[in-house]
Design a protein around this ligand. Structure first.
Ligand SMILES: NC(=O)c1ccc[n+]([C@@H]2O[C@H](COP(=O)([O-])OP(=O)(O)OC[C@H]3O[C@@H](n4cnc5c(N)ncnc54)[C@H](OP(=O)(O)O)[C@@H]3O)[C@@H](O)[C@H]2O)c1
Length: 305
């Protein structure tokens, strides 16, 4: 099969090569999926799991990409809940070969059925950003209707999902980002926008929840925006500063079939809109994943036409 392979951590995405690899075999409880579309998070080259297995042993050459939409072609021993020929989407194991390939082996429990009226390209754009937003807001952030949420990077892949889900849940949403992203954040449902390049973040006052996808200095300043009893949710590592009288949570997204179902249902009925910036073929994936100009939204690789 054709796959994108990386062997050199220092080279980053520039080290990606399209090559022939053996098709994966399904392990216990796995399915093999023929990948129709694949999602990639630009920071993957910095994740230890891209380079090593769970015991820290070198696993290169490795295939990146951990989001997929496709069709089940084989079942491993003991696999239940999915069948050959079924359309699926979901999140694959960080420490195994990923989805920038024609086939991937993945534990069945990490996938959910993809309804027939949802395109594979859309399906592949949802798992990481959708589940991260859902888990950050509702599990870790315990968001309640009527609360205020400040979404750092609101026009990005995760931020646009956070913005929409928080609005739907009855929150007041303030988005932040670069000056150029103001309209995009407002279009996704932010009721106010803080331009991090020109406005003063601290002028926002106190909020119940900050969802931080940026970190660094913005992450540190986020702690000071939290009202007493509020929560700072970070997806970019442990917060360097904590709210004076609130919680700080950092987490890594996990797969969840029921939540994937909730997310895709919202896509179908128009409550949620995905945020795709570019779609490219597997043959053009190396160039598409090494963009020379700024792309907002996710890059999706359409593996099968
Ligand atoms: N822990 C987890 O489970 C988890 C899950 C998903 C994602 N993540 C992490 O979350 C981060 C965001 O992922 P994503 O897919 O949403 O990325 P993304 O689509 O690039 O979104 C990030 C947004 O924030 C903006 N931004 C970044 N730095 C900024 C700054 N200093 N000032 C103003 N705006 C800034 C970006 O603009 P530019 O594009 O112009 O920089 C972009 O609009 C990544 O680091 C990713 O690894 C973690």
């Amino acid at each position: 099969m054709k796959a994108i392979v990386v062997t050199d951590e220092a080279a980053g995405t520039a080290g990606m090569t399209l090559m022939e690899r053996l098709e994966p075999e399904p392990a216990l409880n796995d399915v093999v999926v023929q990948v129709h579309a694949s999602g990639f998070v630009p920071t993957e080259m910095a994740w230890p799991s891209t380079w090593t297995d769970r015991l820290g042993r070198d696993r290169t050459p490795s295939i990146p990409g951990h989001e997929l939409a496709g069709v089940v072609t084989a079942l491993g021993y003991g696999t239940t809940g999915l069948s050959v020929g079924q359309r699926v989407f979901g999140l694959t194991d960080w420490n195994r070969d990923g989805t920038l390939a024609e086939y991937v082996a993945v534990e069945a429990r990490n996938l959910a059925p993809l309804p027939g009226d949802v395109d594979f390209t859309v399906g592949a754009s949802l798992p990481i950003s959708g589940l991260t937003a859902w888990q950050g807001l509702f599990e870790h952030g315990r968001l309640q209707a009527g609360q205020s949420v400040l979404v750092q990077g609101a026009a990005g892949a995760v931020g646009s999902m956070v913005t929409q889900l928080a609005r739907e849940a009855g929150a007041y949403v303030i988005g932040t980002g670069r000056a150029a992203d103001r309209q995009k954040a407002l279009d996704f449902g932010a009721q106010e926008f803080v331009d991090l390049e020109n406005d003063v973040l601290e002028d926002v006052g106190g909020v119940d929840l900050v969802f931080d996808v940026i970190g660094g200095d913005i992450g540190k300043r986020s702690a000071g925006l939290i009202r007493a009893g509020g929560t700072l949710v970070s997806v970019v590592g442990p917060p360097e500063a904590r709210p004076a009288d609130g919680l700080a949570v950092d987490f890594v997204v996990v797969s969840d079939r029921a939540q994937l179902g909730e997310i895709v249902q919202r896509i179908r009925d128009g409550r949620l809109r995905t945020n795709i910036g570019n779609v490219a073929t597997l043959d053009d994936a190396v160039a598409a994943l090494n963009p020379t100009e700024r792309i907002t939204g996710k890059t999706i690789i359409r593996v099968r036409p």
